[in-house]
Design a protein around this ligand. Sequence first.
Ligand SMILES: Cc1cc2nc3c(=O)[nH]c(=O)nc-3n(C[C@H](O)[C@H](O)[C@H](O)COP(=O)(O)OP(=O)(O)OC[C@H]3O[C@@H](n4cnc5c(N)ncnc54)[C@H](O)[C@@H]3O)c2cc1C
Ligand code: SF4
Length: 513
Amino acid sequence: MSSCKEIRLILGDQLNHQHSWFKSNDTSILYVLMEVKPESEYVTHHIQKIAGIFSAMRNFAFELEENGHKVAYFKINDTNNRQSFAANLKSLIDEHGADKLSYQLPDEYRLDELFKVEFPKLGVEIQAFNTEHFFTERQELKEQFEGKKTFLMESFYRKMRKKHDVLMDGEQPISGKWNYDKQNRNKLPKAHIPTTPKLFENDVTEIVNEIDAAGINYIGEIKPKAFIWPISRAQSESLLQYFLEEMLPYFGQFQDAMSNEYWSIYHSRLSFSINLKMLSPHEVVKQAENHWKRNTDTINLAQVEGFIRQILGWREYMRGIYWAKMPEYATLNFFNADKKLPQFFWTGDTKMNCLKKAINQSLKHGYAHHIQRLMVTGSFCTMAGINPDEVDQWYLGIYVDAFDWVEITNTRGMSQFADGGIVGTKPYVSSASYINKMGDHCKGCHYSYSKKTGEGACPLNSMYWHFLARNHDKLKTNHRMNMMYNVWFKMDTAKQKEILDQADQYLEDIENL
Ligand SMILES: Cc1cc2nc3c(=O)[nH]c(=O)nc-3n(C[C@H](O)[C@H](O)[C@H](O)COP(=O)(O)OP(=O)(O)OC[C@H]3O[C@@H](n4cnc5c(N)ncnc54)[C@H](O)[C@@H]3O)c2cc1C
Ligand code: SF4
């Protein structure tokens, strides 16, 4: 290989074909991608997450080469792989006599800090580039809310709609309403069969064998000959098209629904592709808006608004919170929760049907949809008082789409309320009545959703009140909790004691629930 003056590092979640780096070919530039052990082991990841990222990286490198770029790739077991970014880069710099190292800004605080410390030691000029992926700059949300105590997602979302002219009619939202959330809270009707999710059948056997040979610990299942996640831009585009045509007409309406039988309902399952940057949020939002405009007879505005809010609103908002609040954010523990995560989170072996379904499908597919993450597993951990560090580790490991910036803000913030209300205005906790309202998990469950105490009572019912009672001091000034505290304080003390005793009993025996 002829020598290169500049080395450009591309991380596993920076597979952005549309980046300006690739607009022209320059043989004095060497692009480098590397599979390094520390990135595969900082938590125990799902095997589908590791195999999916490695496969997508290898495809990306191959496509760059096909397009005439020069590429160096370190596979996990390559003998020249020194298993560290800096060490591998150093060997390339020496080999090529390069005098410049460029990289795209990492989305993860840990890597951002690491690169700032390690790269200047390499003795060449260093330049950091924007990833050209997000709608917002890292510090944009922080600046927007400067001096304010709370960061309201709805205000941010409306600004984004205006700024990027999405679903707008001049200065006003199309049809006069910003938000259709209230229309989007239906369970699946009895005989309704959702569209089958589009699954790929990628053969990743070789990569799984290499992961095994490297001795990387992992969790979860995989079918190496029929790997379901998209591992290239072309597959990501086809998943997006499938979503627009087949799922979008029902997306908003059944966004919060849960089901014993259907694991992704009408959710897009695009997060893996978007987070790896194989798809850009701009194109996903624009294509959704345009598709809706062409099909207003079959897709109503509530469906597409619900979808766009997740990407233009929530996703960008979470990234903004991350950069505004790290590194402190990763240490927040508002309720001082200190319990261990029950073992059944790793096995799915629990009698609680809602948790069993959510955990088992997570182990099987590396995926659960938002309401399962928030209102089933997340709510359980909040009510049980599980240490948010343990909760973070689980979410960061188990989901194929889990990257620190979006995992921690959703888990520690939105789901665990460990940030004391930066992301959410109240803790998301649910008793059986919510789970029963939104799906069919309670039918056939070992526990009875209608019982708070006594033989077979649903554990979530008493845990719900236990959580409110033990955290009253911390939540009493939150006006969104008033209604529930009024119900609690109107209950007679004997009933309260019975519920708290029941919850204590369950929490003491948490491993056997
Ligand atoms: C406890 C918890 C942990 C989570 N961890 C992650 C994570 O590690 N990575 C991740 O990408 N999302 C995470 N989310 C957000 C959300 O659950 C997932 O983005 C979504 O389930 C991915 O599936 P989907 O692509 O089918 O989403 P859809 O329901 O089809 O939504 C479309 C897209 O909107 C975006 N989106 C939706 N909700 C959010 C949100 N709250 N924050 C950011 N983006 C959102 C995603 O890009 C998603 O692909 C978490 C949510 C909770 C409650
Ligand atoms: S009864 Fe309780 S544990 Fe069982 S599925 Fe319903 S909410 Fe979950």
